[in-house]
Design a protein around this ligand. Structure first.
Ligand code: FES
Length: 77
């Protein structure tokens, strides 16, 4: 299976999220994670970043990439 990956000429992964910040870092208290799961974006395209909103599906379809979220099972936490 052939997978193509789009690499920006400037080497940046983040196309538009909070670009005025020196570094995009988010802190979430474990006790405040939603149940039964917390789903975090790893494609840097979610409107509600750092949470996944499904934007990776469009990105993958357009680019042939295969990115997806980090899903934390919080049901038993
Ligand atoms: Fe980015 Fe789902 S929207 S991983």
């Amino acid at each position: 299976r052939r997978v193509s990956v789009v690499v920006r000429a400037d080497g940046q992964i983040n196309p538009s999220i909070r670009k005025s910040e020196e570094k995009v870092a988010d802190f979430v208290k474990a006790s405040e994670l939603p149940k039964p799961k917390a789903v975090f974006c790893r494609c840097w395209r979610a409107e509600k970043f750092p949470y996944c909103d499904g934007a990776h599906l469009k990105h993958n379809k357009e680019t042939g990439d295969n990115v997806g979220p980090l899903v934390i099972d919080t049901a038993a936490a």
